[in-house]
Design a protein around this ligand. Structure first.
Ligand SMILES: Cc1cc2nc3c(=O)[nH]c(=O)nc-3n(C[C@H](O)[C@H](O)[C@H](O)COP(=O)(O)OP(=O)(O)OC[C@H]3O[C@@H](n4cnc5c(N)ncnc54)[C@H](O)[C@@H]3O)c2cc1C
Length: 420
């Protein structure tokens, strides 16, 4: 049977048989992720030699098999979500060879060095400078909101390499080693109680020119590839269980998988509502005896409808050029923000005042409470909802651009802290 003829069920059956022969919770995380990568099962939608060239539906069969067998999922995070697809699109053969396989095995950990204190929504207004010194670039500036920067070994970095060029043209994209004297990472604690974000100070940090991704000065286009992946796939859950961290710094690779399977909760982006989350809400409502509550039913119907629309829109977006609007990413991102907020309302209605319990007393093993405190985030990361609406207006509907300076104005001539 050729790959294109495989149904999701056949894939699931085949992968379950493979798991019977290979999955063992006593394996180290490193060994398990390597086995998955060797079998092309880490990201099976990638073409060979990295994946199996599966469609989304076939890949869902892999996820279903991992869940059915209670197996740990593939590595997740900035490495596989953002760095790997960007490197596959823009990298030299040497860069692809060097970085993609380790990302699939979770051997290296990555962070995204895009946002700055004065450049979030106006990302192209970034001030971090990279100045050439022989075969290397010397980078100076500050980044912020850098998720998982404290255990990252590499960062995807955008920096200004030519301030004489207009602001979108003088930017280059680098794959910068994080563990070096010129980089200081300071964690920031969030209201979730976790310290996912960091401030990152670059003071004479060095990156070799061979680690520049794409042409000199073409970093804005490369960054847009990253941002498109971020918007279209935000919160997308990978199959399987467990939440071990990639890379050597976090110290998870040498530990057995079973340590990360405690509570055996499917891997789930906190900023994400999936069909699996819908089932959890039904189970919650059943357990609390509120399935007949009209408001619970109304909110559930709304959430169910939203998830269906998200699923169908994603299918249409993947269905080729016909019928595409070009703004599928921003639309998907806003739809998910609204679904998360709807899920927050539904869960609070189901649990009532108990939704406020935290820590050991938390209902639902705390997953719903985590969703609540994280729920403002999806409307911000990957570009705020307001910015997504601007993109839809300008690129999708052809509305006039926001007022600003002419695009050809050299960056150095733009007034600082003004609309650029
Ligand atoms: C959970 C989380 C994780 C993140 N992880 C990372 C990461 O790993 N790496 C990284 O580089 N960044 C990361 N970010 C940063 C994120 O990309 C920025 O927060 C986002 O782009 C907004 O930038 P800002 O915070 O500077 O807000 P600002 O740009 O200062 O915006 C402030 C407000 O003004 C509004 N606004 C701004 N400009 C416009 C406009 N033109 N039209 C209408 N409204 C406007 C915004 O919508 C917002 O409401 C993360 C953010 C979050 C919440």
């Amino acid at each position: 049977m050729s790959t294109s003829e495989l149904t999701a069920q056949t894939v699931q059956d085949q992968v379950e048989a493979w798991l019977d022969a290979n999955w063992d919770p006593d394996l180290t995380v490193q060994r398990w992720w390597k086995l998955l990568a060797d079998a092309g099962l880490s990201y099976p939608m990638l073409a060979a030699p990295f994946g199996r060239g599966y469609t989304r539906e076939q890949a869902n069969g892999v996820s279903a098999a991992l869940r059915a067998k209670g197996a740990m999922g593939p590595p997740a995070g900035v490495g596989t979500f953002l760095a790997m697809p960007t490197i596959l699109s823009h990298g030299t053969p040497e860069q692809i060879e060097r970085f993609v396989r380790p990302a699939l095995e979770g051997a290296e950990s990555w962070c995204q060095l895009f946002s700055e204190p004065g450049a979030g929504s106006d990302l192209a207004g970034l001030q971090t400078r990279a100045v050439r010194d022989g075969d290397e670039w010397v980078v100076t500036g500050q980044k912020v909101w850098t998720s998982t920067g404290q255990h990252a070994e590499y960062g995807i970095l955008i920096a200004r390499t030519d301030p004489d060029q207009p602001k979108h043209q003088g930017i280059s994209y680098f794959l910068i080693p994080m563990l070096q004297p010129g980089i200081e990472v300071r964690p920031l604690r969030e209201m979730t109680g976790h310290a996912v974000f960091n401030e990152v100070f670059l003071d004479g940090a060095r990156v070799h020119d061979s680690l520049r991704l794409g042409d000199l000065g073409a970093g804005w286009a490369v960054a847009n590839t990253t941002l498109n992946h971020e918007r279209a796939g935000i919160g997308e859950a990978s199959g399987g269980f467990g939440r071990a961290l990639t890379g050597a710094v976090a110290g998870h690779l040498d530990r057995p998988c079973h340590e990360f399977l405690h509570g055996a909760r499917p891997q789930m982006g906190q900023g994400h509502i999936s069909p699996g989350t819908l089932k959890r809400f039904v189970a919650m409502a059943t357990e609390r005896g509120v399935l007949g509550d009209p408001l619970v039913r109304q909110l559930y119907a709304e959430l169910y409808t939203r998830v269906q629309v998200i699923t169908w829109s994603a299918k249409r977006a993947r269905g080729g050029a016909g019928g595409r609007t070009g703004v599928e990413g921003p639309l998907a991102k806003i739809a998910m923000t609204e679904a998360v907020q709807c899920g927050r309302e539904l869960g609070c209605r189901i649990l009532g005042p108990d939704a406020q319990l935290w820590g050991d007393e938390a209902m639902t093993e705390g997953w719903f409470q985590e969703l609540v405190v994280f729920s403002p985030a999806p409307g911000i990361y990957g570009g705020t909802d307001q910015v997504q609406r601007n993109i839809i207006g300008e690129r999708g509907l052809g509305l006039p651009k926001e007022p600003g300076h002419p695009r050809e104005t050299p960056f150095k001539d733009l007034p600082a802290n003004a609309i650029r």
